[in-house]
Design a protein around this ligand. Structure first.
Ligand SMILES: CC(C)(COP(=O)(O)OP(=O)(O)OC[C@H]1O[C@@H](n2cnc3c(N)ncnc32)[C@H](O)[C@@H]1OP(=O)(O)O)[C@@H](O)C(=O)NCCC(=O)NCCS
Length: 437
């Protein structure tokens, strides 16, 4: 009869061990019993970049990278993108279930009431240089919020956790919009609380002299879809950062600022910015084949292609492509789109990309939409961070109450020098010469 266990023989000692398997995994700590002698620390597993290590048990987001599946709390991303709103999806991620009408109304109302930030935050924003990267401004201002809410440190208190969760979901768009306004030298626009979540965000971004800014409903909905698609993606680099920093029991503002910093990198949330720079560098459809050759030669990477877990078309990329079409009908066609379409066409046929299972990811088209909305490339990772705030918080909340979570502390394989004596600086040249000779 099959049993849920793994039998391992340690060939150094000839000993056999039986390790239980639960939910398709063995516990890495079960390896520690395998020792060559009593002084041995015990066997470890070595897994740089966590390629095959589950660090949590989670009920939030499910991804099947080979089949191109993404679900939040069991609901397919395609259905949420079609039917839901960002705030409803955020509720789903945080609480685990879709809200009733009353629950949704209360949730939206509470988030809306938290959209304002302290006036001192405005002055903090003003202190940045005129050309400061908006993502740097967002990361810093989110961290600064912890100083306005010292109570946020009471992470053991469920009510406090929920207040900070609402504050963060509500205030990040305000900080994001102000970072943009600062970079343009425009006055900051206060939240307009009779507008919806994305409508208010667009108003804070683009309102000028008009008494009331009402966004085009197509663009408002497109942003809603983009926000839903970006709301969570299980244990990626920034979610792991959120959980890892949160595991030290710091306040959620500091943890979320660290998660946003992880998102800033070009291999993660900065990829859509990199895609646009790449498309601009290619410049013309006729230059696409030559660029693909450079990619295949290992000279450059095709930004917006490839994914650590999707080895199939990223389901979000499919939806974003449709969203792009609706946006371009309002804003006019982005001239870089033709280059993107040609790149995708060639790459999907080319053996280099096919054999490595490199497909367009969510960032390949999102940047084109953001550009069509009039956003500078520096704002692209910021646009990713706004909705991902809900996902980071859902991951953080789950981690805080998980009885198995401890402070994150990976092991290392130490390969450095054995103990040696300190050499005074005046003798180092002589010691070095002796060791070379
Ligand atoms: C996302 C990413 C970091 C995943 O990396 P990964 O899972 O570690 O994949 P690997 O780096 O092991 O790549 C496997 C192979 O595909 C190649 N590859 C991966 N992504 C590539 C890309 N975008 N362009 C060209 N080649 C790529 C690698 O060079 C490697 O080839 P090799 O086997 O000949 O050495 C990577 O695909 C990438 O850098 N993509 C571009 C950045 C991007 O769009 N990021 C957004 C993610 S949402």
């Amino acid at each position: 009869m099959a049993t849920d266990s793994l039998t391992v023989t340690d060939n150094r000692t000839g000993q056999t061990y039986e390790l239980p398997i639960a939910d398709g995994a063995i516990r890495a700590t079960d390896l520690r019993q395998m020792k060559v002698d009593a002084d041995d620390f015990g066997l470890m597993s070595y897994d740089p970049a966590f390629l095959n290590t589950a660090s949590v048990r989670s009920t939030i987001t499910y991804i099947d990278g080979d089949r191109g599946i993404l679900r939040y709390r069991g609901y397919p991303i395609e259905q949420l993108a079609e039917e839901s709103t960002y705030l409803e999806t955020a509720y789903l991620l945080i609480f685990g279930e879709l809200p009733t009408e009353g629950q949704l109304a209360a949730w939206v109302d509470e988030i809306t009431r938290h959209t304002f930030v302290h006036e001192n935050v405005k002055r903090l924003m003003e202190a940045f240089r005129y050309d400061a990267h908006p993502m740097g401004m967002l990361i810093s201002s989110v961290a600064a919020l912890s100083t306005f809410y010292p109570d946020a440190l009471r992470i053991d208190d469920a009510e406090t956790r929920m207040i900070e969760t609402k504050r963060l979901i509500a205030k990040v768009p305000t900080l994001a919009a102000w970072a943009y306004r600062h970079s343009r030298g425009f006055p900051y626009v206060y939240p307009q609380n009779d507008l919806g979540f994305t409508g208010n965000f667009l108003s804070m971004m683009f309102r000028m002299a008009e008494p009331r800014y009402v966004a085009d409903p197509v663009l408002e909905r497109a942003l809603e879809v983009l926000f839903i698609l970006h709301a969570d993606h299980e244990q990626n680099c920034s979610a792991s950062a959120m959980r890892s920093i949160g595991s030290s029991h710091v306040d959620p503002y500091s943890a979320l600022s660290g998660a946003a910093a992880a998102l800033y990198g070009p291999l993660h949330g900065g990829a859509n910015e990199a895609v646009l720079r790449m498309l601009a560098e290619i410049g013309d459809v006729r230059h696409v084949p030559a660029y693909v050759e450079r990619v295949k030669g290992g000279e450059v990477k095709l930004m917006g292609f490839g994914h650590r877990v999707y080895k199939n078309y990223d389901p979000r990329a499919r939806i974003i492509k449709q969203t792009a079409d609706s946006v371009f009908e309002v804003t006019g066609r982005n001239p870089l789109l033709d280059i993107a379409l040609e790149l995708e066409r060639i790459a999907l046929e080319d053996e280099y990309f096919v054999s490595r299972k490199l497909y367009p990811n969510v960032d390949f088209y999102s940047g084109l939409i953001y550009q069509a909305l009039g956003l500078p490339v520096g704002m692209f990772p910021v646009m990713f961070a706004i909705p991902r705030t809900a996902g980071w918080l859902a991951q953080w909340l789950e981690g805080i109450v998980d009885p198995e979570q401890k402070i994150a502390r990976p092991r290392q394989l130490y390969l450095g020098s054995d103990e040696r004596d300190y050499v005074p600086i005046e003798r180092r040249a002589a010691v070095e010469a002796a060791s070379v000779a």
